[in-house]
Write a protein that binds this ligand. Structure first.
Ligand SMILES: Cc1cn([C@H]2C[C@H](O)[C@@H](COP(=O)(O)OP(=O)(O)OP(=O)(O)O)O2)c(=O)[nH]c1=O
Length: 185
């Protein structure tokens, strides 16, 4: 069984490689838009689009995922520039938000979909702290404008749930692959 990770994210590749040695990485080319009604549905729908795109071109067993940050009911995706990053970090300061990763595994032509939610509480951030964090360059390719695995860890007061889910690849996906017969290395 050829396993394919449909992602350009180095974090996803790194986490998957902790558990499985033989897989290929083929990023999808889809837009991250959907007509979903809820953030959970949106994350699953975009993950499905990513997996279907790669499956239609290469077949195999394909894993797609999409991570979003949700504050109240508002989705914060990846900021397009420093100004958007600044706005997101100001909004997240002092509050609890959800990080949702939707996933889709296509195996023997069938789709397995789901999502995982982790709660994250940010400390109250000063203006200086936000400017410092933006200057690290970390925010730009990450949902919610932070990376908990990097210097962004210092912004966080606590988390509840799967840490790996915040980084973009929940352990639930590893367990689903194991259940499908992929051997953990
Ligand atoms: C909140 C948070 C997000 N992220 C990252 C995980 C994802 O890579 C990214 C969210 O964007 P995604 O659209 O989920 O993924 P991507 O564009 O990086 O890769 P692809 O679509 O090809 O799979 O944010 C962190 O690395 N750390 C964090 O703490």
């Amino acid at each position: 069984m050829r396993l394919i990770l449909a992602s350009q994210s180095p974090r996803r590749r790194e986490i998957l490689s902790k558990f499985f040695k033989n897989f290929d990485v083929i990023p999808s080319k889809v837009s991250e838009e959907s007509i979903a009604k809820t953030p959970e549905e949106h994350a699953v729908e975009v993950a499905r689009k990513k997996a279907c795109d790669v499956y239609s071109r290469y077949g195999g067993t394909v894993v797609g995922a999409d991570t979003i940050v949700v504050l109240k009911d508002k989705i914060l995706g990846k900021p397009r520039n420093k100004e958007e990053a600044r706005k997101m970090l100001r909004e997240l300061s002092g509050k609890v938000h959800k990080v949702i990763t939707g996933y889709c595994i296509i195996h023997e032509g069938k789709e397995i979909t789901g999502y995982v939610v982790t709660e994250v509480k940010f400390r109250e951030l000063s203006k200086e702290e936000i400017e410092w964090y933006i200057s690290t360059g970390e925010p730009l390719d990450k949902a919610g404008a932070y990376g908990i695995q990097g210097k962004g860890g210092v912004l966080v007061e606590w988390i509840k749930g799967d840490y790996y889910n915040v980084v973009g690849f929940p352990m639930k996906i590893i367990l689903e692959l194991k259940n499908l017969g992929f051997k953990l290395s």
